[in-house]
Design a protein around this ligand. Structure first.
Ligand SMILES: [Mg+2]
Length: 231
């Protein structure tokens, strides 16, 4: 059987560096810098997969595996928490793009590895996108992170679509594009940070990794792709 031709019903967007940007240093790196002998990856594994209501809860969750934090470190986490909620900035054209697809009758999903305070900031930075979303799948609620297939499957289930009726749109090949293609989804690679993606760009060019369905330089090009009408 050749590839199905049932048409695209859903667009599932990554959030960070796809729809919003900022701040320059990721929170896991800030916290790892405050703590002793804990890596950014270890911090990430805790803060991205647990839901927190306060910075105190973050400290408590990190102290369990990694030991007592100094008061200075706790203060740093509090400052970071406050800053994160104001940090996200919309990437030009993001809201327009999502609303244009919504107007075409495409169901909208959000699929992100993210922690609680930054998502609060996302809701303030791109409220119309959050409002337009028919499904929101976030690592801190699911307890799972990309490239695990589980959150992708959860998004498809919530949207009520099959993999081949959906398009994943994201900036990171290994976390957004590769797992989507593995599941049989279409995938649009927004190559917003080519320097960070250089290795995967080369792999795709050398045909060592499967190509995305389409690639664009910026989010504002996504709604005009013919994928929405001709897949
Ligand atoms: Mg991203």
């Amino acid at each position: 059987m050749t590839h199905s031709n049932r048409g695209v019903k859903a667009a599932i967007f990554d959030i960070g560096a796809t729809l919003i940007t900022g701040p320059p240093v990721a929170p896991n790196k800030v916290i790892a810098g405050l703590m002793k002998d804990v890596t950014a990856a270890e911090v990430s594994s805790v803060i991205m997969t647990n839901e927190f209501c306060s910075p105190e809860e973050v400290c408590y969750a990190l102290e369990k595996p990694y030991g007592q934090m100094s008061q200075e470190c706790k203060n740093g986490v509090c400052e970071l928490w406050e800053a994160q909620a104001c940090a996200p900035v919309e990437i030009d054209g993001a809201t327009e793009t999502v609303l244009a697809l919504k107007a075409k009758g495409i169901r909208i999903g959000l699929l992100s590895d993210i922690w609680s305070p930054y998502y609060d900031g996302v809701c303030k930075a791109i409220p119309a996108i959050v409002e337009a979303a028919d499904a929101v799948v976030l690592s801190f609620r699911e307890g799972e992170r990309k490239p695990s297939h589980l959150n992708f499957i959860s998004a498809l289930t919530k949207l009520g679509v099959d993999a081949d009726e959906s398009v994943m749109i994201g900036d990171t090949y290994t976390h957004d594009i590769a797992p989507a293609l593995e599941l049989g989804m279409h995938a649009v690679w927004v190559v917003a940070r080519p320097d960070r993606e250089a290795e995967d760009i080369m792999k795709v060019i050398k045909r060592e990794a499967p190509p995305p369905t389409a690639s664009v330089a910026r989010i504002s090009e996504v709604a005009n792709l013919d994928i929405w009408t001709t897949v």
